[in-house]
Design a protein around this ligand. Structure first.
Ligand code: SAM
Length: 278
């Protein structure tokens, strides 16, 4: 931080000065403990090698930690205009490193992003966390790593193994594209105000080889059908996408249920579905 400037106010002071009372509609639960924020930033590894995109910086606790950890740049995407002046104040201390993107993260497109190699590190707004993740997985080759705070149930759905009740569409799409693990679990009291649920940070590391956009769409169709009726046998669940042919060609037993299939078996189904729909 720059020596010629007065020190940054504490997060609580910043929140008070800018009237940033947490809004439920924007999923605002703030992290005010600098040690915890540094712990999350550390999940990015050697940040000096990366440009970081942070979704929903809010009062900027995690943003400060990312900047202090030496990230090459931090692109902070915030929809709440009340937080913008607060972030601008932080920017005076990190004029080269911090970029504020004043918009809805759901409408962010690839052309707006900082250059590669890049990571996403964020305490996500829980109401839009799943659509955001699926959007990033569609273009997983854009990201070296993601460290994402979700509500704990969602982090478990990302990381679940076959046979677990949390195993479903999100697990298959995530683990098909990336190595996924839960890095950190936090109780409601870690946030201000505390949410109703526990939270967890999922570490998602995309693999070098990624499916083509067409294959990704095929996988979305296969998993939507398979888990749309998860209690049914695959024979019935996959009917809308001509499942009998898929099951025959892949040699997967039609009496099995979606939750028992490995990622590799889903991969075979998606490839077969893409080939047949051409
Ligand atoms: N990163 C801050 C922290 O850890 O203290 C705040 C995290 S809070 C869980 C979620 C943040 O995302 C809020 O600042 C909220 O305004 C912002 N947000 C909500 N919906 C958003 C959207 N669609 N696009 C960008 N930011 C959004």
């Amino acid at each position: 931080t720059r020596a010629d400037l007065p020190p940054l106010p504490s997060l609580r002071e910043s929140i008070r000065a800018h009237g940033l009372d947490a809004l439920k509609t924007l999923g605002q639960h703030f992290l005010l403990d600098p040690t915890l924020c540094m712990k999350i930033a550390a999940l990015g590894g050697h940040l000096a090698d990366f440009h970081v995109v942070e979704i929903g910086p809010g009062p900027g606790g995690l943003t400060r930690a990312l900047l202090q950890s030496g990230a090459r740049s931090v692109q902070a995407v915030e929809i709440d205009r009340r937080a913008w002046p607060l972030l601008e104040e932080l920017q005076t201390h990190y004029p080269e490193q911090l970029h504020i993107v004043r918009q809805d993260a759901l409408k962010l497109d690839a052309a707006q992003l900082s250059p590669a190699p890049r990571q996403i590190i964020a305490n996500l707004p829980y109401n839009v966390a799943t659509p955001l993740l699926i959007g990033w997985l569609r273009q997983a080759d854009q990201w070296s790593r993601m460290a994402l705070m979700f509500q704990k149930e969602v982090a478990e759905r990302v990381c679940a193994a076959p046979g677990m009740s949390a195993y479903g569409r999100l697990a298959v799409l995530s683990q098909w594209c990336a190595d996924c693990s839960i890095a950190l679990t936090l109780p409601p009291g870690a946030f201000s105000p505390p949410p109703k649920v526990h939270s967890a940070v999922a570490l998602i590391i995309p693999r070098p080889e990624q499916p083509s956009p067409a294959l990704f769409r095929a996988m979305e169709q296969v998993t939507a059908a398979a888990f749309g009726q998860r209690r049914k046998m695959l024979r019935a669940a996959l009917k809308p996408i001509r499942g009998s042919i898929l099951l025959e060609e892949t040699g997967i037993d039609p009496t099995r249920r979606a939750e028992t299939l490995s990622i590799t078996e889903f991969d075979s189904l998606a490839r077969c579905h893409l080939k047949n729909s051409r």
